[in-house]
Ligand binder design. Structure first.
Ligand code: FPP
Length: 230
């Protein structure tokens, strides 16, 4: 689905990088950096919604992240459990749709089930949509879609191909913010980011507060989005 021109992004994507360094700077274990990252998500969802943005897409775990040490992954799964037990159900009750993109089959079964159960209770026509990319990789998503399209047969077009992506029904991200200083997309929404405005900041994700969000949104409003036209 083509993203829309306007002063505010309809869908804001965030690559949440820098939790590990945030912890290291404080001589804390990496797990506490992720914990601070989860607390940041809780606040950011409120700020993004209050700003009038309709979709927030968060890169919570890439397919490549699954090769991290088991201890770190176990710590992340503890946070996923906590988020989907304590915070996500309250959001669903306050008119938020929660959706997961990615392959949940590689996650511990109880985590996958908790996530799926909350998503199933969400209303598709909610006022705000929170999308978590979990065990997600853009290339894997495109290959999966290509296989599904091949099974269907017939001519592939951009429009019918996008129906096989995890993101079907979600507008393309108008802006993608990456925290933590790296200047790359790291396999996030490769198909969908064709015309996304990219915004990179050195701020580490746990420090990405409302003020930083405001700075990014003001920058977005200044961008001249031409979608390939003159
Ligand atoms: C990248 O920082 C972050 C991740 C791999 C995980 C993101 C997870 C959270 C923000 C918290 C939990 C999420 C949910 C949905 C409850 P990094 O560890 O690569 O940081 P570094 O580059 O400084 O090492």
């Amino acid at each position: 689905m083509q993203s829309a021109p306007g002063v505010l992004p309809v869908n804001l994507g965030i690559i949440m990088d820098g939790n590990g360094r945030w912890a290291k700077r404080r001589f804390l274990p990496r797990s506490l950096g992720h914990d601070a990252g989860m607390k940041r998500i809780v606040k950011l969802v409120d700020s993004v919604r209050a700003a009038g943005i309709k979709y927030l897409t968060l890169y919570a775990l890439s397919t490549e992240n699954l090769s991290r040490p088991q201890e770190e992954l176990d710590g992340l799964y503890v946070l996923f459990r906590r988020y989907f037990e304590e915070y996500a159900p309250r959001l669903v009750e306050s008119d938020v749709e929660i959706r997961i993109i990615g392959d949940l089959s590689a996650l511990p079964q109880d985590v996958a089930e908790k996530m799926t159960a909350v998503c199933a209770r969400s209303k598709k026509d909610a006022a705000f949509h929170l999308v978590f990319a979990v065990n997600y990789g853009g290339r894997a998503e495109i290959v999966r879609a290509a296989n599904l399209a091949a099974e269907m047969g017939g001519k592939v077009t951009e429009e019918n191909f996008s129906r096989f992506l995890y993101t079907w029904g979600i507008p393309d991200p108008d802006m993608i913010i990456r925290t933590g200083g790296e200047l790359r997309l790291s396999n996030f929404l490769l198909w969908q980011s064709a015309y996304s405005e990219l915004y990179f900041t050195d701020t580490l994700f746990p420090d990405f507060d409302e003020k930083e969000l405001g700075r990014a949104l003001r920058e977005y409003a200044r961008r001249n989005r031409r979608f390939g036209r003159v």
